[in-house]
Design a protein around this ligand. Structure first.
Ligand SMILES: Cc1ncc(C[n+]2csc(CCOP(=O)(O)OP(=O)(O)O)c2C)c(N)n1
Ligand SMILES: CC(=O)[C@@H](O)[C@H](O)COP(=O)(O)O
Ligand SMILES: [Mg+2]
Length: 593
């Protein structure tokens, strides 16, 4: 079989050897290659398909990696990876030990800035452009940012600065009118209305920010892209090129059902059909437990409102948006705003459920402290994707939340072991608290099929003694507790198991009793041991040592995420790496016995 053109391209210099007229064929081959691998290996699809022509044109016109290209979020950078030396390893995308699903500086000199979280590209590229100016280096700096990501506060901050910086910065706005879910907000309507720079004149929002605005142009028209990028290359100063593309371009189903094909899982590379699986008998995903439960609670209590920053599908907040559209809000990629919006609502007696992925809530840390906790506002944070999330990797693991929330006064921190507990925690929170609460739960499915049980109000700060043994006690928090229960059952081990339920306030009495009656205490959590449950137990133990003699001899073994960033890969493998898998716990217990 003859070689495809794509197979001869190992770097952008190889690409530049082709005539402009041959680039269309390369675009077709690149699309087919992305589809073939993602169909079998899973990953983000629609975003990369949408920027195939743009990716080729950028590497063809600019002199990467000397010219610095920064991708926002990075989920659309598959074509970029394939054209920059990673075609042969692209089949390892998101595998343990394989390449990352996002740009990563340690992976390639073409990946100028690590990403995963959105809206950082303009700041990063501006930083590079300012550094080049200070070092008198003549190179170009390009940020490619999506229409949903540019609407985030951080991107606006960067535009505001860049507009007066004089920096040699090209921002390419890749406008496909959708994020993961349809884009929201006033900017979306503005962008949809925008016709051409000339027609919008002084009213153009980017020109008002001192950017030289061009577009919108068709981002699938390669000759047009090439000529416009060449023109942009000859310019200096802050400029913005507005490009219109179709998310999922080239795969019919992905163009039609753009939400589903953002990251569709396995599908047929020819027909595009997603592999059907019967999940009706499986335990539900935690996100769906959230979705069903908030609808159930909100139907009974009209004060309940729901907020999601751009993740209605991922968080299942869309269930409430469909059932009670006036009381559930997608605010776009705006985690900081989401938190303070919830705080504002709480001042007025509403009961806001603010659902944010654990990793993305990192964006809103000051808002949690300054706007919520300091004012004792009873916002209910539901933190989805807590713990190790798997193939998205280090940028997305929700492993810091226990630690970063625990040091905030007046926060209640809950981590349900299973779906029934999660419902009860949501119910308890909805009954009216005087303080904010965070309920954190993982990606994926639980283990309980019969999860929809009558609500039970929990005592805040109460733990559950699940079994009483001797010598060794395991103190767990969150879903790892289910693994511990299975392990102790299956191996017939006579250990005590305490499900902590709440990290804060912590059930000190229960812990005291554990220390009085055991020789070894194992703490286990799917979060960092620094600052999380392990740290709290050690701190308490230091106090116990003074209080009663026996505590001094109790040995504490902390299991959790060690002090390192955990890479991407199947969650089960990552649990092993972190030492919080079944075998690691069993080995430890065997040794202690
Ligand atoms: C801070 C942050 N919040 C949320 C997300 C989840 N997320 C990933 S991609 C995405 C949508 C991005 O949309 P857009 O910028 O328009 O790019 P497109 O997918 O359309 O190419 C969202 C919300 C994220 N990565 N980072
Ligand atoms: C790129 C990004 O941030 C999202 O697409 C993320 O990968 C979603 O994760 P889930 O698949 O867990 O919803
Ligand atoms: Mg978009």
């Amino acid at each position: 079989m003859s070689e495809t053109l794509l197979e001869t391209i190992d770097n952008p210099d190889d690409l530049k050897r082709f005539r402009e007229s041959e680039l269309e064929q390369i675009a077709q081959e690149l699309r087919a290659f992305i589809i073939e691998i993602v169909a079998a290996k899973e990953g983000h699809l629609g975003a990369s398909l949408g920027v195939v022509e743009l990716t080729i044109a950028l590497h063809y016109v600019f002199n990467t990696p000397d010219d610095q290209l920064v991708w926002d979020v990075g989920h659309q950078a598959y074509g970029h990876k394939i054209l920059t030396g990673r075609r042969d390893v692209f089949h390892t995308n998101r595998d343990l030990g394989g390449i990352s699903g996002f740009p990563k500086r340690s992976e390639s000199e073409y990946d100028t800035f690590g990403t995963g979280h959105s809206s950082t590209s303009i700041s990063a590229a501006l930083g590079m452009a300012m550094a080049s100016a200070l070092k008198s280096e003549d190179r170009k700096h390009i940020a490619v940012v999506g229409d949903a990501s540019i609407a985030s506060g951080m991107a606006f901050e960067a535009l505001n600065h860049a507009g007066v910086s004089g920096a040699d910065l090209l921002v390419i706005l890749n406008d496909n009118a959708i994020g993961i879910d349809p884009s929201v907000g006033a900017l979306k309507y503005y962008l949809t209305k925008t016709k051409s720079g000339k027609e919008t004149g002084n009213d153009n929002i980017f020109e008002s920010l001192n950017f030289d605005y061009s577009g919108p142009i068709d981002g699938h028209d390669l000759p047009l892209l090439l000529s416009e990028l060449k023109r942009q290359k000859s310019l200096k100063g802050p400029r913005l090129l507005h490009v219109r593309t179709v998310k999922g371009k080239g795969l019919k189903q992905a163009e039609i059902d753009q939400v589903r094909y953002h990251a569709p899982g396995k599908f047929d590379k020819i027909t595009g059909e997603i592999q059907a699986s019967d999940s009706s008998k499986l335990p539900p995903k935690f996100q769906d437990v959230f979705g069903h439960t908030i609808v159930e609670l909100a139907q009974e209590n009209e004060k309940i409102v729901g907020i999601t920053p751009a993740m209605p599908t991922g968080s299942s907040m869309k269930m409430m948006m469909e059932a009670l559209p006036d009381r559930a809000f997608d605010v776009g990629i705006a985690e900081q705003h989401a938190v303070t919006l919830a705080a504002g609502m709480a001042t007025q007696g509403l009961v806001p459920f603010c659902n944010v992925y654990s990793t993305f809530l990192q964006r809103a840390y000051d808002q949690i402290i300054h706007d919520v906790a300091l004012q004792k506002l009873p916002v209910i944070f539901c933190l989805d994707r807590a713990g190790l999330v798997g193939k998205d990797g280090a940028t997305h693991h929700g492993i810091f939340d226990l630690a970063y929330l625990n040091c905030i006064p007046d926060m209640i921190i809950a981590a349900p072991m299973d779906a029934v507990e999660m419902r009860n925690m949501m119910f308890t929170a909805s009954q009216g608290l005087e303080l904010p609460i965070a309920i954190r739960y993982p990606r994926g499915r639980g283990k309980i099929v019969n999860w929809k049980q009558p609500f039970k109000k929990l005592e805040i700060g109460s733990s559950r003694l699940l079994r009483k043994g001797e010598k060794i006690a395991v103190i767990s928090i969150g879903p790892v507790g289910t693994m511990i229960e299975e392990l102790l059952d299956q191996e017939n081990l006579a250990c005590t198991h305490l499900d902590m339920r709440f990290l804060k306030p912590i059930d000190q009495k229960a812990i005291e009793s554990i220390f009085e009656n055991h020789e070894h205490v194992i703490t286990i959590e799917d979060g960092t041991t620094i600052g999380g449950l392990g740290s709290v137990i050690c701190d308490l133990a230091a106090g116990f040592n003074k209080a009663f003699a026996k505590a001094e001899t109790v040995k504490i073994h902390k299991l959790g995420i060690p002090d390192q960033f955990i890479e991407h890969g199947p969650t089960a493998d990552l649990y092993k790496i972190a030492g919080i898998d079944r075998e690691s716990v069993l080995k430890l217990i065997d040794r202690l016995l």
